[in-house]
Design a protein around this ligand. Structure first.
Ligand code: SRM
Ligand code: SF4
Length: 581
């Protein structure tokens, strides 16, 4: 009897644990892919098209790549009956976002010499993306990454994605331990198929020996997960990883000294995407399961992932993420089954508090006497002078680099002697400049021109939108204040606008829905205030709200709290009905 059958039997009153119906086509393609191989190798040698065909278009995602084309030039090429400039975006796997200066120089070289855009894009999941890799450069790219000790396995597709970890180099001891667990989680939950090594690293021979075993996916299963799955390890009170955007979070709990990790609170089922007008979809914050001691971490993670594998909706992909599984079967049923699978009962949650999300821009001294410089990288996009500056720093830096979940770059572990040289390079390349907290705490997703799903600008509009908000704050004499402002080019929510105090979600070119009422700690989903508004309408409304906030707020009242108290929007208490009514 399968684990699910057992659970269904023990729990007769529970709703159906497996959603009945015709499986989504992605289930077929995973099943037929021969453990993610498909016919990708054949496509690589096809010179007629620059793209990937049929199922391979989706399958390359499991290898960390997306098929894209430049949407700015697409209409012109299509009008001339030419193929759009097909290329690949690659996303590296970098649990906890830590990368060595040597590796950084390697990725800088590849971005400069072998991509259309020449940029390194730091993502809000602590890794980087190359945009515009032509097909002929795809295999060399994987081989180059491999030489650098990097890979892009499972950074996309229906698997556990890049595992996040609070990038706080200051509390070095606790951070080191948490980071090690983030790495272990990443490794433990990786697909075990040899497809990546075979296709990209020419490892067939190594694995074709007589004693080689069949491919097997003991945790993920032959058809992998029903949908993408996201994990964090977070060190409170700092919520830089934005835990409520994630399926599975482990909140680090330290002993009385505050320096030694003893266990984790497990918090599950957060997620931010929705579809415009589709009320069965909704963003929500994550739910508490309970506390586990440190030695149960991998068992607990495996239990949660395998449960989502078995109970997640494989019929309707818009309802397939963990939060919908929990909404369908109930949190208690979910929890009991996790306990059964990990053979351990959750203890009561250990108290913790989340207070803020931003990175601490500038120098800060850590416990071990080393210095850490957080560089603010607008939109995470490193190009031209700034990219050169980061490479110059990598040439002299003896510590490591850390990519943050706020799309910034930390030069971590510098000695007193090296500080001045690093700072000089950063200043000379525009990596240290006067910026407001308003700008430092704003975020946008990539959107146009590379994202095929974009409905409106995000990364390219954010700087202008922030200019305007800065002016409004100044005009209303609260220029030292800030509003956590985020833009996503569509409701998939990559820019995490659904955890912003003021979020814009793309609807059409130049038009957005405006959401208000998230909070600074990132524990509340905002509510729709304007629909399909032009940027002019949004700016007018923002100005009037900032004016009211400046005059009517109570002491230190955050913008997100103010708009709720003032009745501008209703507070969302984490349910689908609250979001839509
Ligand atoms: Fe995302 C799809 C970019 C974080 C929810 N995301 C995409 C794609 C790959 C478009 C596509 O499917 O073809 C975008 C590529 C754009 C480009 O040209 O680079 C894209 N997502 C990004 C990044 C780069 C945004 C950024 O500016 O940093 C982030 C990469 C993170 C990483 O390194 O792994 C990114 N995406 C997120 C987040 C935020 C997070 O994880 O903290 C979310 C919301 C959280 C969540 O998952 O609920 C997010 N992305 C999505 C979704 C909606 C998934 C869903 O639950 O329905 C899609 C579309 C999909 O999967 O069908 C998507
Ligand atoms: Fe693309 Fe939409 Fe994600 Fe922005 S939110 S990167 S537009 S999928």
């Amino acid at each position: 009897m399968s684990a699910t059958d057992k659970a269904q039997k023990q729990n007769k009153d529970a709703p159906e644990l497996v959603v009945p119906g015709k499986l989504a086509d992605n289930e077929r393609l995973k099943d037929e892919s021969n453990y993610l191989r498909g016919t990708i190798t054949g496509d690589l040698s096809d010179e007629i098209s620059g793209g990937f065909r049929g199922d391979n278009f989706q399958l390359i995602r499991f290898h960390g790549m997306y098929a894209q084309d430049d949407r700015d030039i697409r209409p012109d090429l299509v009008a001339r009956k030419l193929e759009p400039r097909k290329n690949v975006m690659l996303r590296c796997r970098l649990p906890g976002g830590i990368i060595s200066p040597k590796q950084w120089l390697g990725i800088d070289k590849f971005a400069t010499e072998s991509t259309d855009y020449g940029s390194i894009r730091i993502t809000n999941r602590q890794t980087f993306q190359f945009h515009g890799v032509l097909k002929e450069n795809v295999k060399p790219m994987h081989q180059w990454l491999n030489q650098l000790g990097l890979d892009s396995l499972a950074t996309a597709g229906d698997v556990n994605r890049n595992v996040l970890c609070t990038s706080n180099p200051v509390e070095s001891q606790l951070q080191k331990e948490a980071y090690e667990w983030a790495k272990k989680l990443s490794e433990h939950l990786l697909p075990k198929t040899r497809a990546y090594a075979e296709i990209w690293l020419d490892k067939e021979k190594q694995f074709s020996t007589e004693d080689s075993v069949e491919d097997n996916e003991p945790i993920l299963g032959k058809t992998y997960l029903p949908r993408k799955f996201k994990t964090t390890v977070i060190i409170p009170p700092h919520n830089d990883v934005d835990m409520h955007a994630n399926d599975m979070n482990f909140v680090a709990i330290a002993d009385k000294t505050g320096k030694k990790l003893i266990g984790f609170n497990a918090v599950v089922g957060g997620g931010l995407s929705f579809t415009h007008g589709m009320k069965t979809t909704f963003p929500t914050t994550a739910h508490d399961l309970g506390y586990i001691p440190i030695e149960k971490l991998l068992d607990c993670a495996e239990a949660i992932v395998s449960l989502q594998r078995d109970w997640g909706n494989r019929v309707d992909r818009t309802n397939a993420k963990t939060r919908y599984t929990i909404a369908r079967v109930g949190l208690e049923t979910f929890k009991v089954e996790v306990e059964r699978r990990m053979e351990y009962d959750f203890e009561a949650m250990r108290p913790y508090e989340l207070t803020e999300r931003g990175d601490r821009i500038g120098w800060i001294k850590g416990e071990e006497g080393l210095h850490h410089l957080t560089l603010f990288i607008e939109n995470g996009r490193l190009l031209g002078k700034k990219k050169k500056g980061a490479a110059e720093i990598a040439r002299i830096h003896k510590g490591d680099f850390r990519l943050t979940a706020n799309q910034n770059l930390i030069v971590a572990g510098a000695t007193e002697e090296d500080k001045a040289a690093i700072e000089d390079i950063a200043k000379a390349h525009g990596l240290i400049a006067d910026t407001t907290e308003q700008r430092q705490r704003a975020m946008a997703c990539v959107s146009l021109p590379t994202c095929p799903l974009a409905m409106a600008e995000a990364e390219r509009y954010l700087p202008t939108f922030v200019d305007e908000i800065e002016t409004m704050l100044k005009n209303h004499k609260i220029e030292s204040e800030y509003i956590i402002t985020r833009i996503a080019g569509c409701p998939n929510g990559c820019g995490r606008a659904m955890l912003a105090e003021l979020g814009l979600v793309g609807k059409a070119p130049g038009r957005y829905n405006m959401y208000l009422g998230g909070n600074r700690a990132g524990t509340r989903v905002p509510k729709q205030h304007l629909e399909n508004a032009t940027t002019k309408e949004i700016l007018k409304e923002t100005d009037s709200l900032i004016e009211r906030w400046s005059k009517e707020r109570t002491d230190n009242e955050e913008f997100g709290d103010f708009v709720i108290r003032a009745g501008v929007v209703k507070e969302i208490k984490s349910s689908a009905t609250d979001f839509w009514d």
